[in-house]
Design a protein around this ligand. Structure first.
Ligand code: TEU
Length: 538
């Protein structure tokens, strides 16, 4: 299957490499053990050096932090933990000055239960804001209004009974995160205003959290028994959401400078995700979850690419690729755990773990579509081992949220005030796997990311060309990127043994990038090393 090369100019967000910042864990400027906006500012030059084009910053808005910022109590202010609006403005100005765009999180499906809107709505059944949230009367047998399951604790209903006013309210996540009722026009208007607030401040776009949740079936029907135990947030998919996304698109596109929205559509098939692009009139981009959850196997990745082409190409929709984020174990850790389950011993893991993560980086940065790098993946980090008494996330997602190790000093760049420790433990191996040590080592994962990003930027075939899957030996994924006369082949060996390629046409092709090497580009010998990815030009 081939995807045609894009002709005509691409938008910046199609050519960009994005970098996700989870602000609590990125860099701390005030020694309270939690990262902040001023901390991010001190590290922008490092990100420019890496070569990324755009930053997506996870929530820094006012929040009681029941879900570490995904429970917003004021959409138009910075939580004091992270700084203030002046810090944000300075951050945007500095990022723009370095040529990087800034995209922020927007959480439209739910607010915090401490948001003045919910405080008001829950004050009385007669509150003028009562209908800003989803309320239902008690059922005769006292059970919740339907069988929807909340995220995180799959035994918990997506409903909480509110004693003072005698009704249930809906929450697809924690009970501290009541769902907004987008059927209420005032809610839609108020949420549009929050977009305008940040667009006026100069943000380049939004990552919209659980954006497929802003429409609900008004009948609130039970989820079918065959999906029992699946959280409703992974199932909610109704037509009215598309109408709302078209209004949002009109609003965002009404601003100059190609503002954009990438939506978190947490649905489990690419086909369903694709519908949220509309016909170039809904989301500019949508995260595609099957590749994020795919195991490290050539045939599974081949299927992910085929599914993406089949679902997105007919819509002229532009793909996204994500290997890790703040909600899931890092890809290195996921692949290592799967290998351990399949019987990989510790000695083999010590060799293969890092090599797999490096090959995955080359895959991520050579596919057709916008790649998103999650902070710390460029250092080859694994998840931190978080002892039980330090687990703080309701979804147990702490391991991938460990603070970024900046250097080899004992505190790894997280000096704290007396009596304070960083909010989560740092990942293992930080004496070597840290920014400063890796910046000084041309063979590091960090340098591999930098080389791969630079190669993508200077190669039209990689940044915008067509993508054709090619035949390859078992365990190898092969695709050809082409733009005009430029033809680039990518080969990824998912197995732990060398493979001799029968395709002699590749012999002598110049090696633009080799995931296993720091060395100068050479000619391809026809042997693809174990756990390696290579990029070749004819
Ligand atoms: O995530 C939505 C979501 O569906 C995932 O959290 C998923 O349920 C979870 O990863 C399963 O482990 C977004 C944010 O990315 C997440 O951090 C928030 O907790 C959530 O929304 C609620 O705002």
């Amino acid at each position: 299957m081939t995807t045609d090369a894009a002709d005509g100019p691409l938008a910046w967000w199609q050519e960009a490499v994005f970098y996700q910042i989870y602000p609590r864990s990125f860099a701390d400027s005030d020694g309270d053990g939690v990262g902040d906006l001023a901390g991010i500012r001190t590290r922008l030059a490092d990100l420019a050096w890496l070569g990324v084009d755009a930053l997506w910053i996870s929530p820094f808005f006012r929040s009681p932090m029941a879900d570490f910022g995904y429970d917003v109590s004021d959409y138009c202010d910075v939580d004091p933990l992270f700084g203030d609006l002046a810090d944000f403005d300075a951050l945007v100005a500095d990022a723009h000055g370095l040529g990087m765009r800034v995209v922020i999180d927007w959480v439209p499906n739910h607010t915090s239960d401490q948001h003045p809107w919910f405080v008001d709505a829950s004050s009385s059944r007669d509150s003028p804001r009562r209908d800003w949230y989803v309320w239902r009367d008690p059922t005769p047998d006292g059970s919740p209004p339907n069988n929807w399951v909340a995220a995180f604790d799959l035994t918990a209903p997506a409903w909480t009974f509110h004693e003072p006013t005698g009704q249930w309210y809906l929450h697809l996540f924690e009970s501290a995160q009541p769902d907004l009722n987008w059927d209420e026009p005032a809610v839609e208007a108020a949420m549009h205003d929050t977009l305008r607030f940040w667009l006026d401040r100069g943000v380049d776009g939004f990552r919209a959290d659980v954006v497929h949740g802003i429409g609900k079936d008004p009948a609130l029907p039970d989820d079918p028994p065959e999906v029992a135990g699946v959280p409703h947030c992974a199932l909610n998919d109704v037509p009215v959401t598309h109408e709302r996304l078209r209004s949002i698109r009109t609003l965002v596109d009404g601003y100059p400078g190609e503002r954009m929205m990438v939506g978190e559509v947490f649905l489990l098939t690419t086909e369903a995700v694709a519908t949220y692009y509309g016909h170039d009139d809904e989301l500019h981009l949508a995260f595609n979850f099957p590749p994020l959850f795919a195991p490290w196997l050539a045939d599974r990745w081949r299927a992910c690419i085929e599914d993406t082409q089949a679902a997105l190409d007919p819509r002229d929709a532009w793909p996204t690729w994500v290997l890790s984020n703040h909600d899931n174990p890092r890809h290195r850790t996921r692949y290592d755990r799967a290998a351990a389950r399949a019987g990989e011993d510790a000695a083999t893991a010590a060799v293969r773990s890092g090599a797999r993560a490096r090959a995955a980086a080359v895959l991520l940065l050579t596919l057709r579509g916008t790649p998103f790098v999650y902070q710390g993946d460029e250092l080859g980090l694994t998840d931190a081992d978080v002892p039980k008494d330090r687990v703080v996330d309701p979804g147990g997602r702490d391991g991938c949220r460990a603070p970024i190790p900046w250097d080899a000093t004992p505190d790894h760049g997280w000096p704290t005030r007396p009596g304070v420790v960083p909010w989560l433990p740092i990942a293992p191996g930080a004496d070597v796997a840290n920014r400063a040590s890796e910046a000084a080592d041309p063979g590091s994962v960090l340098h591999l990311y930098r080389r791969a990003i630079a190669l993508r930027h200077r190669s039209p075939a990689l940044s915008r060309g067509s993508c054709t899957l090619r035949d390859a030996p078992d365990g190898v994924l092969a695709y050809r990127r082409r733009h005009g006369d430029e033809v680039v082949d990518v080969l990824v060996n998912f197995d732990g043994a060398d493979v001799t390629l029968e395709d002699r046409s590749l012999l002598g092709a110049s090696l633009l990038l080799d995931s296993g090497d720091a060395g100068p580009p050479a000619a391809f010998t026809g042997v693809l090393g174990a756990d390696r990815a290579v990029v070749l030009r004819h």
